[in-house]
Design a protein around this ligand. Sequence first.
Ligand code: UDP
Ligand code: MG
Length: 314
Amino acid sequence: MLSIVLPAYNEQQMIEKVVITLQQLLTANSIPYELIFIDDGSRDNTWNKIQSATKKYKHVVGVHFSRNFGKESAIFAGLEAAIGDVVAVMDCDLQHPPETLIQMYREWENGFELIEGIKKSRGKEGIIHTVSAKTFYKIMSKATGIDMQNASDFKMMDRKVVDALLQLPERNTFFRALSSWCGYKVRTVEFEVQEREAGETKWSVTALFRYALTNIVSFTTIPLQFVTLSGVVFLIIAIILGVQTLMKYFCSGAVEGFTTVILLLLFIGSVIMISLGIIGYYIAKMYEEIKARPRYIVSEVIKSTKDREGELNG
Ligand code: UDP
Ligand code: MG
């Protein structure tokens, strides 16, 4: 069975449309499936829509978060709830073309364990968005050693990969990179990002910035090396200036050079502050991990894993 995980945050207009589209497509291709909607604490009628969908269509499962925990948490809740031998993750705004699912499914049948959706182009995005996304993915590609340009959350995974992901203990997850990090037999499938049909994107510039920072810190310690590097640079400057100062002192009685002192003070001050900030950020993230709070809190489930296992056997 194919489980499809669909994180939904304020997507009331999309739920029914998605169910109908996927139902038609998957039945036509005779693929057994279940649809798992994770309502990520939506403020509109998304949960009602999911509830009525679970009543109307028997393959639909609903999980309701107690508040908005973010897409990453929703994805992991979906993976946890899925009981299929193969699990796909896709956005529920139909920006990930459903037909690609079939292509992915065939690759899975061919023995691939992780099938990653790669964006052919990034769709319609503003220039600032494109540039910052490019920079972010350059850093992430360096950090993970995996080419992340054009990566997306649209993926299909074998049960093995899902179990491996669910074993990871960290709170700050970055699904897109973690799945590749797991390894396994990977295959990529290209897709064209579709226009959003209804509703609007949930990502503001600040949200994206925070997302980028968190993920960089969770995957690499390169920023910390910046601290060491600036230390080394300043040591070299210190040696040069030190020799010069001593020479002046012995030859001509010194004084003079207040500008240098002021400039150095300002410059070193800022480098120290930035360095402390970087270290502080890592400590903050460690603190968050150490608290080991759950990734999300589920307030309601319709058709739990147990219910469905009964169905499968019976
Ligand atoms: N989403 C979510 N929680 C959030 C934000 C988004 O579950 O806090 C879901 C959203 O419902 C959608 C997917 O994540 O199914 C992608 O979100 P969106 O379409 O807003 O992002 P974009 O496609 O613009 O990158
Ligand atoms: Mg979208």
